[in-house]
Write a protein of this length. Structure first.
Length: 288
């Protein structure tokens, strides 16, 4: 049995895969054959179609004189990997300054590599052979069982967690719920302590707000960004205006200041919720 894991796809199981030794040779160059060992068969090698246009070969001086035949919408029918690397290792190269298209000659002939159009983004495809046969899985399970039994140790079914992780898991299990109307999940804050008493943070947050408003009055772009971001968050349900009944302060009331940062390289501004801001020497991060 052969298991193949394709990137961006599902697991492919080939129960009837065979292991073969085959001979391959170059086309139209010579008749010498090369032996490939450990070749695995599959029902269908579903690789993307590829084309090599004659115009591309003629338009490049470093490719024009090479014995390379153009082709259109061709699918590869065999993959030669590291087990037979001597067959495909490059023996000779052809390249040009400033051109991403190169040619390499191996024992089977010339091949062209590179992307002719930089904007031509294709879906990445990676193929892995998985060690997931039933015999291998049974063998590993038996080895693990007897190695532990010989020491008088029984393997636990769950991973060991720290006390903080255990506490966080209990809070999530007790408070996590799915809000059907908004189609999203909600969970409680992961407090470090059973009893949390936060200091008054209103004046700190108010001072930070006034500083931000002063910056917005001098920077129209910042003001526009803040209005657009807050409206977007409100529309998505990330924030909302509190009801009067929710305004009464309690031990865990915290006013969270905000600020903006701009990446000078990307020229992109983002909003930051400052849980590290301190009031009377305490921040929200200290308690989470």
């Amino acid at each position: 049995m052969l298991c193949l894991q394709v990137y961006n796809s599902s697991l492919i199981v080939e129960p009837d895969s065979k292991t073969l030794t085959v001979n391959v040779s170059a086309m139209k160059l010579d008749t010498r054959q090369y032996t490939l060992k450990g070749v695995r068969t599959v029902t269908e090698l579903d690789l993307p179609e590829q084309s090599l246009q004659s115009q591309l070969l003629r338009s490049r001086s470093h490719l024009f004189a090479l014995p390379i035949e153009p082709y259109t919408e061709v699918r590869a029918r065999i993959i030669i990997g590291l087990d037979n690397i001597k067959t495909t290792v490059p023996l000779e190269m052809r390249e040009a300054e400033g051109d991403d298209i190169i040619a390499a000659r191996c024992r089977l002939g010339w091949a062209v590599y590179g992307r002719a159009v930089k904007e031509d983004a294709t879906i990445p495809r990676l193929l892995h052979i998985c060690q997931c046969s039933e015999a291998r899985g049974m063998d590993d399970a038996l080895k693990n069982y007897f190695s532990l039994e010989s020491l008088g140790i029984t393997a636990t079914s769950s991973a060991l967690r720290s006390k903080d992780d255990e506490r966080a898991m209990k809070i999530m299990e007790a408070t996590t719920s799915f809000r059907e109307k908004e189609k999203r999940w909600q969970t409680g804050l992961l407090w470090k302590f059973d009893r949390v008493v936060l200091p008054d943070s209103y004046q700190m947050a108010l001072k930070r707000l006034k500083c931000l408003e002063a910056k917005m009055s001098k920077d129209p772009q910042l003001k526009e960004f803040m209005w657009a971001t807050m409206n977007s968050h409100k529309h998505k349900g990330y924030i909302r205006r509190l009801e009067d009944s929710e305004l009464a302060p309690n031990d865990i009331t915290w006013f969270l200041p905000i600020f903006t940062v701009t990446n000078p390289n990307k020229k992109k501004t983002r909003l930051v919720w400052d849980a590290a801001a301190r009031s009377q020497g305490v921040s929200l991060n200290d308690c989470l």
